[in-house]
Design a protein around this ligand. Structure first.
Ligand SMILES: CC(C)(COP(=O)(O)OP(=O)(O)OC[C@H]1O[C@@H](n2cnc3c(N)ncnc32)[C@H](O)[C@@H]1OP(=O)(O)O)[C@@H](O)C(=O)NCCC(=O)NCCS
Length: 147
């Protein structure tokens, strides 16, 4: 597997994975907008195909934020997500980011466990965060702590 920067021809596969992974997927226009605005956008490639991606940026001066992360269902539980987050964390580290935040649906127990294994802690609940009324759990990784 290789991790590399997103390129425009990857968009179709990214959208396929995004749509299969989320009930409220980001539309292509938003993904392209954040990319054009300079967000980090990495893809995982295996078998000559994009099998996962991560989008992230630095909010404020020193706070990293993971905007989206998803892995093709057929390639889950094979460390693809782990690798993608690891690359993003390294980039954040080089940019002297203090902590990394993300929001995850309260009902997304699998992703909550995944992020906990990667050193993220659950910090707060934001009620009615999503359009369908579901709460978000804010998770945070302190970059001074390991792993
Ligand atoms: C969350 C997600 C990105 C994880 O990707 P993945 O490639 O399957 O994860 P990995 O194989 O790298 O797993 C890393 C660790 O997390 C654990 N983990 C991964 N998914 C898990 C799940 N659903 N339930 C419990 N633990 C899980 C793995 O067992 C592994 O632990 P280990 O190191 O002890 O073996 C993937 O399930 C996904 O795309 N989900 C749908 C989209 C989503 O929820 N995105 C996150 C919200 S923004």
């Amino acid at each position: 597997m290789i991790i590399r920067e997103f390129k425009r021809p990857d968009l179709k596969r990214v959208l396929e994975i995004e749509t299969a992974s989320f009930d409220d997927p980001y539309p292509a226009s938003i993904l392209i907008d954040v990319y054009n605005l300079g967000a980090g956008f990495l893809v995982a490639q295996q078998d000559n195909m994009v099998v996962g991606y991560i989008i992230f940026w630095i909010r404020y001066e020193d706070e990293g934020h993971i905007i989206s992360l998803a892995v093709d269902k057929k390639y889950r539980k094979k460390s693809v997500g782990n690798e993608l987050v690891g690359y993003a964390v390294n980039i954040f580290d080089k940019c002297h980011v203090r902590d990394i935040k993300l929001e995850v649906r309260a009902g997304n127990k699998g992703a909550r466990k995944f992020y906990k294994k990667l050193g993220f802690n659950e910090k707060e609940i934001i009620n009615n965060y999503y359009e369908d009324g579901e709460d978000a759990v804010v998770m945070k990784k302190d970059m001074k702590k390991t792993p």
